[in-house]
Write a protein that binds this ligand. Structure first.
Ligand code: FMN
Length: 198
């Protein structure tokens, strides 16, 4: 009988490991998946927020090309499809973007910026600007001695003043001109943009 308990225990552990379930106080935090918890010795970091995955793909490509760490800005409160409905004048995103002082809370653990000299900072364009959660992000850190390079994805709008507004709210760091990309930007285009920055 004891042997059976052993099998059951092993089975439960395997199930938990496979499903990411929380058992016996072991609680893998899905929100942190993929984020660099501590500095790795790399000097480039790619920070991004992405509601539907487009900016995330571009951010991952930039990180691969520049051999950078990645940090995803995750909202405490996820954006639902209704929240993202730009046709609704009362949707969460419409209300937030209409309010320059809106600062949605970040749910991912803070990132330690020690050792990074360059940060690519990416986001989707919402109503011509960066989502307000990016203001929450830039106002939470001191970017002294760090070069920041904004990038965004959008359906068609350019990056506009979105990078400048983040720079104004950050009040620190050396900010370069940002760049807008379509979701299907090629690795070659990203490479030549990155090269042009040096
Ligand atoms: C609330 C909201 C507002 C948007 N506003 C614009 C806009 O002003 N101009 C534009 O070209 N695209 C706009 N878009 C489209 C997104 O910028 C585009 O789909 C982006 O690539 C999504 O990135 P993500 O998948 O990383 O969230 C908007 C999307 C949402 C959800």
């Amino acid at each position: 009988m004891k042997k059976h308990y052993g099998y059951i225990f092993v089975f439960v552990l395997m199930f938990a490991a496979l499903t990411g379930m929380s058992v016996f106080g072991f609680s893998p935090d899905a929100q942190q998946a993929g984020n660099t918890a501590e500095p790795t010795g790399k000097d480039v970091l790619v920070v991004y927020f992405s509601a539907t995955g487009t900016t995330k793909r571009v951010a991952e490509k930039i990180a691969e090309i520049t051999d950078a760490d990645l940090y995803e800005v995750l909202p405490s409160d996820d954006y639902s499809d209704e929240d993202l409905n730009w046709n609704d004048r009362n949707s969460r995103t419409t209300l937030e973007q209409n309010d320059r002082n809106a600062r949605p809370e970040i749910g991912s653990d803070p990132v330690n910026l020690e050792g990074y000299s360059t940060i690519y900072i990416g986001y989707p364009i919402w109503w011509g600007e960066a989502p307000r959660i990016m203001d929450t992000f830039v106002e939470s850190y001191d970017f002294e001695k760090i070069t920041l390079i904004p990038f965004c994805t959008s359906s068609s709008s350019g990056i506009g003043r979105s990078g400048k507004i983040l720079e104004e709210n950050a009040e620190s760091g050396k900010w370069l001109e940002g760049r807008r990309f379509g979701g299907n930007v090629s690795d070659d285009d990203l490479r030549s943009w990155i090269k042009s920055l040096q």
